[in-house]
Design a protein around this ligand. Structure first.
Ligand code: PEP
Ligand code: MG
Length: 324
């Protein structure tokens, strides 16, 4: 699966037995490369809005944000663009908004910050909505959700933003709203989350970190950080099954989706879309075009029966070499 033919990059992301596996791209700053892939993808599965904030010298104002978001939405329209609200904290600090904590990954992160600073979230939501006028391809994603109240609070702010714009005669439709599943607690609240929102997106990077209690950036424990740990895979499989039961679309936007073996496992589990950094697309597409859905499902079953990360890795390695 290492051989990637350029011409097949224009062919559909589809298994030999005709199962379509939508591929999306993660964006942040430079969208040029991603835009050039427009014909080959199903949209932007994750626009990390904190990236432009990180290179700014102060919080970008509403008009400035409108320009940034309009650029994304227009470049990819009519394809959907999933915009994640500001996900700072953890390892992502803004120079003009320092957060100092002993355990940043367990601290003030993502939606926790923006709900404590609704004025920041309101500016962002209004900017996203303004930018989406007439395009209809905006979707909003909430990061680091730990409990259902946070979703309710964010939705109230979204509705307020829509009302405020209406007072300015800017009429916008309420966008589809999704929740990031990246804190293990959300695995046990899927029904309540599904009642309130339109789609799920799994942040496998953080989900791995929190399920395994391994700092994703600490080299000393890097050997323990593994999205192919049997517990992580079992959680992912459960998420796919439960979402199907709830009729909730579910995708993955963490690194696992951009790994060919990971992508095949996720396809076999039943995920509806995979979102990855642009450079990962060719190899993932090539893998999908060579492996049937049944074979991917069998791979999931075999893999879930293994008890150690090393057994999973070696099984995946052998199976993928065979499929070369
Ligand atoms: C994730 O946690 O998997 C994710 C996609 O978000 P980030 O890497 O930005 O935390
Ligand atoms: Mg995350």
């Amino acid at each position: 699966l290492t051989e990637v033919l350029e011409h097949e990059q224009d062919l559909p992301s589809e298994t030999p037995d005709g199962h379509a596996m939508p591929l999306m791209v993660n964006t942040g700053l430079a969208i040029d490369m991603a835009v050039s892939l427009k014909k080959r993808i199903s949209g932007v599965g994750l626009y990390r809005t904190e990236v432009p904030f990180m290179i700014a010298e102060r919080f970008p104002g509403e008009q400035e944000q409108v320009r940034l978001y309009r650029d994304q939405l227009e470049s990819f329209a009519p394809l959907p663009v999933v915009m994640r609200t500001l996900d700072i904290g953890g390892d992502k600090d803004l120079p003009y908004f320092p957060i100092e904590e002993a355990n940043p990954f367990l601290g003030w992160r993502g939606i926790r910050v923006t709900l404590d600073h609704p004025e920041v979230l309101m500016v962002q939501l209004r900017a996203m909505l303004r930018a989406s006028q007439g395009l209809d391809n905006l979707q909003v994603l909430l990061p680091m959700v730990t409990n259902v109240d946070e979703v309710d609070d964010a939705l109230k702010l979204l509705d307020r933003a829509i009302r405020e714009l209406a007072e300015d005669d800017v009429i916008v439709k309420r966008p589809r709203v999704g929740v990031m599943l990246e804190v293990p607690a959300t695995l046990y609240q899927l029904d309540a989350l599904a009642e309130r929102t339109d789609f799920f997106s799994v942040g496998s990077n953080d989900l791995t970190q929190y399920l395994l209690a391994v700092d994703r950036n600490n080299p000393r424990v890097a050997g323990l950080y593994d999205a192919c740990h049997p517990a992580v895979l079992s959680a992912m499989a459960k998420l796919a099954t439960e979402s199907a039961r709830l009729k909730m679309p579910i995708s993955v936007c963490g690194e696992l989706a951009g790994d060919p073996a990971g992508a095949l496992l996720l396809m076999g589990m039943g995920f509806n879309a995979l979102s990855m950094n642009a450079p990962s697309l060719p190899r993932v597409r090539a893998a999908i075009r060579r492996v049937s859905l049944d074979a991917a499902r069998a791979l999931v079953e075999e893999t879930l029966a293994l008890n150690t990360p090393s057994a999973v890795r070696s099984h995946l390695f052998h199976q993928l070499s065979e499929w070369q």
